[in-house]
Design a protein around this ligand. Structure first.
Ligand SMILES: [Zn+2]
Length: 127
């Protein structure tokens, strides 16, 4: 018994102009949100002061926390070019089509990750 039998690939519907407009709002909001977060977190990126009179453990803690802040910062930063590229695609009227196979990516997937340039099957193949 194969659980895969009967699976047929359903191509998503192309975006309506209202959906594109909605996703554009989301992209702009996300961009503003990330820029704000980067602004706020730049404060915590100051090097740990090794001369400061804190215990050894809390110093390790501080360094650890800083590493984590840095990691989440670069994750956020990495999203910005993708968001900008998505806004470009809206301007060029190619937004919502997969960059690899040209199928519509689908509104559902785009609401979850509006900057994605790939449809679900292409993304799955890449990973
Ligand atoms: Zn694709």
């Amino acid at each position: 018994m194969s659980s895969c039998s009967g699976f047929s690939r359903r191509v998503s519907e192309p975006l309506t102009s209202a959906q594109t407009a909605d996703l554009k709002v989301r992209l702009l909001a996300l961009m503003a949100e990330i820029e704000h977060a980067l602004d706020v977190s730049s404060d915590s990126e100051r090097p740990v002061d090794l001369e400061a009179p804190i215990g050894r453990l809390s110093r390790i803690d501080a360094i650890q926390q800083q590493k984590m802040a840095k990691a989440s910062r670069s994750r956020l930063q990495a999203r910005l070019p993708a968001l900008a590229a998505a806004l470009n695609r809206i301007a060029e009227d190619t937004y919502g089509d997969c960059a690899l196979c040209d199928d519509p990516i689908g509104y559902g997937r785009l609401t979850a990750r509006p900057e994605t340039p790939l449809c679900m099957p292409c993304q799955a193949e890449r990973e």
